[in-house]
Ligand binder design. Structure first.
Ligand code: SAM
Ligand code: SF4
Length: 337
């Protein structure tokens, strides 16, 4: 069934109780994945949601239009792994055409880029984050439970050739797992026009996070400074990362320190899960069901009320890391980052 697009008449901005305006929407388009990263999903017992529970492209487009009406200007497609969704280019194209939506980005594990980077670009994808947690083949295979490092590296080359600039590389840094590769990743950014983003390991349902697994961003920066001079870059008020140029390098590095350097104050992010729930914070429960009312013919006003109710429950900042697990009811796989 094709749902008629709602006209893009602006509505009130998506503002929470602390006056933060939400202009960035992260849309998970599937809970399935072709990798099995241990820090993201449980080793066993993942129950994929039945396809009927997952939003169709028409439904995603309808909801993105609603979010754009309230001031969203950037959308990021994520998963699970967004590229396992059939005909993804069609969705990118549909979203890229929405008036007022300036940017469509995607976060991917990179496994399809060698073949598809050009097609995504042509469809209108503006930017890409590629996850890559090790440059060593055996370790990459251990972390992702897939021996696909060469394919992902080819994918990164293909994305650069297709014109994605800067290309962002997401590295989840885990103590005792890959923290010894920080300098190798900095070398990677010196040689290529990419931004390597070092992300602190966060606790989510099913990933068996322990405090000792955390490798703090301050320590990461210290490690990098043993080889490189880092010059701070100016970032916008909503940035989650602290960014640095590497002297003499083509690329840059950044640190996403959700655990040790909270950036809640400038938060402008909303999330839509693959099954159509609004989630106002990465660490809060998905609490606004948009899918069911959408499927029974709700108008934009009704749907907007659900989003605003969820936003009204958004907290000022997330609690200390030890308490985060109790607030999260989904694995990262089901949220999408
Ligand atoms: N499959 C895609 C990918 O891997 O890029 C998109 C979904 S993935 C859930 C989105 C991002 O979340 C990835 O960069 C991944 O590394 C990151 N991530 C997953 N679990 C995490 C955790 N426990 N702590 C920090 N980042 C995590
Ligand atoms: Fe899949 Fe991405 Fe999670 Fe890895 S991090 S299991 S690639 S969704």
């Amino acid at each position: 069934m094709v749902i008629a697009p709602s006209p893009l008449v602006p509505t009130a901005p998506w503002t929470d109780s602390f006056g933060r305006r939400h202009t960035y929407l992260r849309v998970s388009i599937t809970d399935r994945c072709n990798f099995r990263c241990g820090y993201c999903m449980p080793a066993e017992g993942v129950n994929w949601r039945p396809r009927t529970e997952i939003l169709s492209f028409e439904e995603i487009e309808r909801l993105v239009r609603l979010f754009v009406r309230g001031g969203v200007t950037k959308v990021r497609l994520t998963g699970g792994e967004p590229t396992v969704r059939k005909d993804l280019e069609e969705l990118i194209e549909r979203l890229a055409r929405i008036e007022g939506l300036g940017e469509v980005w995607m976060t991917t594990n990179g496994s399809t880029l060698a073949k598809k980077a050009d097609a995504y670009r042509t469809a209108g994808l503006k930017g890409l984050n590629v996850s890559l947690d090790s440059l060593r083949r055996a370790r990459f295979a251990e972390i992702t439970r897939r021996d696909e490092l060469p394919k992902v590296l080819d994918g990164i080359d293909a994305a650069l050739a297709a014109g994605f600039r800067p290309l962002k590389i997401n590295v989840v840094v885990m103590a005792g797992v890959n923290e010894d590769e920080l300098l190798d990743f900095a070398d990677f950014a010196v040689d290529r026009p990419v931004q390597v983003r070092f992300i602190e390991f966060m606790p989510f349902k099913g990933n068996e996070w322990q405090r000792g697994d955390l490798y703090p961003a301050a320590q990461m920066r210290e490690d990098l400074r043993t080889r490189y001079r880092l010059a701070p870059l100016t970032v916008g008020p909503n940035a989650v990362a602290r960014e640095f140029a590497i002297e003499g390098g083509k690329g840059s590095v950044a640190f996403v320190a959700s655990m040790t350097e909270s950036f809640c104050e400038g938060c402008n992010r909303l999330r839509l899960t693959a099954d159509g729930m609004v989630k106002s914070c990465l660490f809060l429960r998905a609490d606004g069901n948009l899918r069911d009312p959408l499927r029974t013919g709700a108008d934009d006003e009704t749907l907007a009320r659900i989003v605003r109710d969820s936003l009204a429950r958004k907290w000022k900042e997330h609690p200390p890391m030890e308490n985060l697990l109790s607030t999260n009811d989904r694995s990262m796989l089901e949220i999408g980052g």
